[in-house]
Write a protein that binds this ligand. Structure first.
Ligand code: F3S
Length: 401
């Protein structure tokens, strides 16, 4: 790779061993993708996982004197104070959360603990070159905002935040943003939940860059968030286009770069039903409800508050969101409504964290997110997946019909 003198100095250790390690990793990534050079970034988001390997790596960079040139926002871990109040948190888990917090803070990260920074705290403009990890974030910033980020790992995004650069390859280049797969949606896209299911047909859609036709003309931000989150969980999609909706697809021809699609895939109601059946082989009693993978927006919290108002929950309900949205929910009265019904609105917390692994093991939950159900399968948690309003009704009755 061609490095500038400043980049070469970083690589050679002039700015400390932590920065040198970050640059060495980025050069290795660049060389493996035949990148010719580094390009500067203006934003970063690090999907910290609050797990040993991730925190160990961040600590190693910190010990080497690294500091983020571009302060990245970060993903949720778990809200230690909150879970210590309502349940038991092991010393080991508490220590890990503290280590993670202290390390990323010392590296100069902005401690947002939010996997949806693209909706509030870290929103790029069209064309900005950025380094975003997190499966729902990368497709959103590329597809909806028209910014440019490869599917970064938590670690490579942190390296980028430290060096202020990324190797130029993949969807940073015009030619790799052009759609090659035409996805004709014949399914009824009647609500935001339909986009969760559509995203989880990613395996059928296959690899590459999809362009969707046949979708309603004005999908909500939650629908687009759901679509990207599920696509990039069921498959590996950095970017998608929707004709007439996303900025690089004013027409089908523009999205395809004037070429013919290499493949055409049709998605029907049967495909969406197949996804639903995979996660919902049963109905019946549930032990808890959990929503917010990705973290919920104020609109989604309002939906919950409207269904729950004046009622009592039969099973515990955990609603995950970011701290700014929780504050807003307090102002709007939704927080009180949820509390009065017996629900919990929890900030800074990912569903794939120890309080849920241990607290819910062997139990059956209901969720609106196929991603949540998919990740939890390996933790011996069972989720039934339904649309948000049906999930809330299920939590009121204690069962899914
Ligand atoms: Fe967010 Fe955790 Fe789901 S980071 S998208 S709540 S797996």
């Amino acid at each position: 790779m061609n490095l500038t003198p400043y980049e070469q100095d970083m690589l050679d250790g002039k700015y400390g061993s932590g920065t040198a390690l970050a640059m060495r990793i980025q050069v290795a990534i660049g060389e493996s993708f035949d990148a010719a050079r580094m390009v500067e970034i203006t934003r970063a988001h690090v999907a910290l996982s609050n797990q040993e390997a991730d925190t160990w790596f961040a600590e190693k960079l910190l010990k080497g004197g690294a500091y983020c040139q571009i302060p990245p926002t970060v993903n949720p871990g778990f809200n230690l104070k909150y879970f210590q109040e309502i349940s038991e948190v092991s010393e080991e888990d508490a220590r890990m959360m503290e280590r993670t917090h202290n390390t990323y803070k010392a590296l100069g990260a902005v401690m947002t603990y939010d996997c949806t920074p693209y909706l509030g705290s870290n929103v790029p403009r069209q064309g900005e070159i950025i380094a975003f990890s997190e499966s729902s974030a990368t497709p959103f910033v590329n597809s909806v905002w028209g910014a440019r980020s490869n599917r970064e790992a938590s670690q490579s995004a942190l390296c980028a935040a430290i060096t202020g650069r990324v190797p130029e390859y993949g969807v940073l280049l015009d030619e790799n943003r052009i759609a090659d797969t035409l996805v004709e949606v014949e399914a009824d896209m009647k609500d935001e939940f339909s986009y969760q299911l559509l995203g989880f047909t990613g395996k059928k859609i296959g690899a590459g860059v999809p362009v969707f036709v046949g979708l309603p003309p004005k999908p909500s931000q939650e629908a687009l968030m759901n679509l990207g989150a599920q696509l990039n969980t069921a498959g590996a999609f950095a970017i998608y286009h929707i004709v007439g909706v996303t900025p690089e697809a004013p027409t089908l021809d523009a999205a395809l770069g004037g070429k013919k699609p290499q493949r055409t895939v049709t998605i029907t109601n049967d495909d969406l039903q197949e996804v639903l059946q995979h996660f919902t082989p049963r109905t019946g009693p549930i032990d808890f409800a959990l929503f917010g993978c990705p973290l919920l927006t104020i609109n989604q919290i309002r939906t919950i508050a409207e269904v729950i108002k004046g009622k009592k929950l039969k099973v515990p309900m955990y609603i995950l969101s970011n701290s700014l949205t929780k504050e807003l929910a307090k102002r709007m009265g939704y927080y009180e409504t949820i509390r009065e019904a017996g629900g919990h609105l929890v900030e800074d917390t990912c569903m794939d964290q120890p309080p849920f692994w241990y607290g819910m093991r062997g139990k059956v939950g209901v969720t609106e997110s196929p991603k949540c159900a998919y990740y939890s399968e390996r933790r011996e948690l069972t989720y039934i997946v339904r649309d948000l309003a049906t999930c809330v009704e299920a939590a009121i009755k204690g069962e899914v019909k």
